[in-house]
Design a protein around this ligand. Structure first.
Ligand code: SDX
Length: 432
């Protein structure tokens, strides 16, 4: 018998069941609250509300812990690859050789877009943000697939493996094409010879007459960034994917919505905002102190981008790993980027500043990731796209979790209405 929470309302007492997760997280189940008491709960921006029960990723924000299906991110970063981590996150266990081979073969099988997709690319403005293109083209790609156009929740299961691999594979192709399109470059088709991340770099940077030189340190650095972004429990974009999935929309439509949510500068767009912030500090000759002062001033409209987190009230474990990788990659590529020094000085100053310390604001995954992406030639507007490619397995896994839950229902939150009481239509001639 689980513990019960007692609630006293209007002279009546209500008992609410509680539950505890496998890592000791506790919740009060309020599923019956409105029916029993007429009350709902209110938790704007859901800071204290669990939207689901999930087995995929565990985060302890106070301790700075992140685990994919129980495996610490530090071990995954050191020993695994993005494709292997994606399999773990989607299917719940590390793949054996045969499973990994099949997963990889499915990426190869699905890596080409329908040739007519090129006409969609041609219709975008050259100034279109690649996140706008990515979201639109994920849905456009689904239009060329009869199974997605006639998606039936009950039958989707048998085809899920194919659609998961297709989405993960094609998101790379779409992303690379959006970059090429924005530069007026000819599209470069994927090559069977290249593995996941190398193929993406090939499609981004090769020319029709010469393949891009695939440097192992560059592939490893980008693969690590994908891996570190692969899932992060119920963040804004993953919750969006679950919200759309709950209506039984197809996998591509749900993940396309996730791209839109991720784009915001408070979420996945932060890596682009961090680079723009560092470039502004560098350009103005500020040693960082002016910017930090502005970030503390509520009226400035500025924030220390890449700092703070809704869940982590300690150092984001991913930021530690990426910071280390920054030093390694720039050393190997013999790049001396002044923005890295600015970032480190900002971090050092902020972590000594009571404003940030009191609010438990630490570097998050976005603070250093842009430095690496810049070092390997990724343009800043593509940074959120890199995040989206990395997060795709997490979105797919959360979609699968809802689809396989026989009790899943459409998400439909309530509200507290504060608008006008009963009102009536006023004909134009009577209006002021
Ligand atoms: C990601 O959820 C996830 O898991 C996300 C993510 C993932 O993997 O999916 O981890 C990826 O989105 C990381 C976050 C990237 N965003 C940024 O770096 C943007 C800068 N950070 C902030 O906008 C903010 O910290 C958020 C959005 C990340 C968190 O916002 P919250 O939880 O709503 O916190 P808040 O805005 O209520 O801040 C609490 C206080 C406020 O001050 P007071 O009102 O208490 O005086 O801290 C201040 C805020 O003003 N604050 C900051 C700040 N972040 C919070 N002040 C200056 N600079 C900042 N970066």
């Amino acid at each position: 018998m689980s513990k019960e929470a007692k609630l006293e309302l209007d002279g009546k007492s209500y008992s609410l069941p509680t539950l505890e997760g496998s890592e000791g997280e506790k919740a009060v189940d309020i599923s019956s609250l409105r029916a029993d008491s007429g009350y709902i709960t209110l938790d704007e921006s859901y800071g204290n509300t669990g939207s689901c029960i999930s087995k995929i990723t565990f985060i302890d924000g106070e301790k700075g812990i992140l685990r994919y299906r129980g495996i610490p991110i530090e071990e995954m970063a050191e020993k695994s690859t993005f494709v292997e981590a994606a399999y773990l996150i989607i299917y719940g266990s590390l793949p054996n050789r045969a499973q990994l081979r099949r997963f990889s073969d499915l990426f190869t099988e699905h890596q080409f877009l329908h040739e007519d997709m090129k006409y969609h690319f041609e219709s975008f403005a050259t100034t279109a943000h690649p996140m706008a293109i990515l979201s639109a083209m994920i849905n456009a790609a689904s239009c060329f697939d009869d199974g997605l156009m006639h998606w039936h929740w009950g039958q989707a299961n048998s085809q899920f493996e194919n659609y998961a691999a297709k989405l993960m594979s094609q998101v790379r192709t779409i992303a690379a094409y959006s970059y090429r399109k924005s530069r007026g470059l000819p599209l470069i088709y994927p090559k069977k010879a290249y593995k996941y991340t190398a193929n993406f770099l090939h499609m981004m940077y090769s020319t029709p007459y010469e393949d891009y030189e695939i440097k192992l340190e560059v592939v490893r650095a980008l693969d690590l960034i994908f891996l570190l972004h692969a899932d992060h429990e119920q963040n804004c974009s993953t919750s969006t994917v679950r919200m759309v999935a709950s209506s039984q929309a197809n996998l591509f439509a749900s993940c396309s919505a996730g791209v839109c949510a991720l784009w915001g500068p408070l979420h996945g767009g932060a890596n682009q905002a961090v680079l723009e912030m560092l470039e502004e500090i560098h350009r103005t000759g500020d040693d960082g102190s002016k910017f930090i002062a502005a970030a503390k001033d509520k009226n400035s409209g500025k924030k220390l981008m890449g700092f703070g987190h809704r869940v982590y009230k300690n150092y984001d474990p991913r930021a530690k790993i990426i910071k280390r990788s920054c030093d390694e990659v720039l050393a190997k590529l013999r790049i001396n980027d002044p923005l890295l020094d600015i970032a480190k000085n900002l971090e050092e100053a902020a972590l000594k500043d009571s404003y940030f310390v009191e609010r438990k604001l630490y570097p998050n995954v976005d603070f250093y990731s842009g430095i690496i992406m810049r070092a390997i030639g990724i343009p800043v507007e593509m940074f959120p796209v890199i995040f989206a490619i990395g997060r795709m397995p997490g979105w797919i896994a959360n979609y699968k979790e809802i689809m396989e839950d026989s009790k899943s229902r459409i998400s439909r939150p309530r509200q507290i209405y504060t608008g006008p009481g009963l009102n009536h239509y006023v004909p134009m001639e009577e209006r002021k």
